[in-house]
Design a protein around this ligand. Sequence first.
Ligand code: MN
Ligand code: MN
Length: 475
Amino acid sequence: MGEKTEGKGLQEKLTHSWKNAWEVFNENEIEEVFETSEEYKKFLDRCKTERESADEIIRSAKNKGYISINQIIEDKRSIVPGMKIYAVNKNKAVVLLVIGKEELEKGMNIVGSHIDAPRIDLKQFPLYEDSELALLKTHYYGGIKKYQWVALPLALHGIVIKRNGEKVNVVIGEDEKDPVFFITDLLPHLAKDQMGKKMDEGITGEGLNVLFGSIPYNEKELSDKVKLNVLKILNEKYGMLEEDFTSAEFEIVPAGKSRDVGIDRSMVGGYGQDDRACAFTALKAILNVENPNKTAVALFVDKEEIGSVGNTGMESMFFENVVSELIALLETSYNELTVKRALANSKVLSADTLAGFDPNYPEVLDKRNSPFIGKGVTLVKYTGVRGKGGSNDANSEYLGEIRKLFNDNNIIWQMGELGKVDQGGGGTIAFILARYGMEVVDCGVPLLSVHAPYEVSSKADIYMTYKGYKVFFEA
Ligand code: MN
Ligand code: MN
């Protein structure tokens, strides 16, 4: 090591390197990191769809005394600082709010995450029989590498609205006694042509057909007997008819639970961590906020993976309408200008996951600007594609403010970007909120194998992201 020279002293003072969170934690913190990761894994296992996530978020919020905004409107209750409120958008998106001491007009502190994840949806008329096998047609949702979804155990989650209007929840494949489902792949022995194709052509979208059954209905002179037998089982179990698929939302997701990864148990492997890593940490953070100065808001939105569209995505008016309702409840006379000011004066952490540096794929990531798993919550100034196209590009005044907040509160954080210049890219909900004039910066958890059926996060980052969101809510 040697003694401290003038140069070494200068180096320490002037240069910066990101810290590995594990080297900074004290014993108590390490304990908290592992405790938090146990909660996190349970959250992942309960929340495999946007609906299940919304249900879990509402359940946890109610336990902490959150009241439905509809109830408040109905009861004509007055809103007071410290009050905890939730609003649900069509069972697929949720807003949690803790009313601040300052007027709403001065702005809110918002953490916005998404609770949808890449998956494989059933088509609306999915069931068919081929070669005495029952199969389900699918259309994938979000950006998936199709070859990753074959030859692994899959579960079916969703709801069906039956002919009589009754709604039935379906989850098959998560209980150890449940059957699972499967998409077949070709054996290597006969895959010469397949293996010669480009990776995104080796398995096709129309080829992602789910194996669903193989016992024929026991009666001679009938066609499609395997399909009939499958329908018989669905009818006995759920009262379903084939036509009921047309008004169902069935999602095929990887079956099974999240797990610790690594001999040191430092990481979590599991499905849907983009973006439930940020949804979980934002939820845990807001549930621990009491009497904030600014109104704290956690947004959990749907449809991010397909462009934030539809009436449950960030592009919908839902959040703005919630703010309008609040202003109407808070003010003696409703004024739209107050709504606009409340939105424009708000600050946002756009809570989404990122690609952590992966030593297996250094060619697509700039090591100096890539986030690393285990180095804390990650701030991202810009995302976008080719020359920052479509990105929010946070203002440096705001970056400076968040950076100071994190430094002042011992939050281990790092700066990141989405990948090498011109190597592809992507976006988040950041630009949508920025339209109101809010200050917005992307801030979330780096992952490995993003969008794969099983993604990997560092327990240290989950903990630090929770801490980071919490100090932001309390700022
Ligand atoms: Mn995401
Ligand atoms: Mn994503």
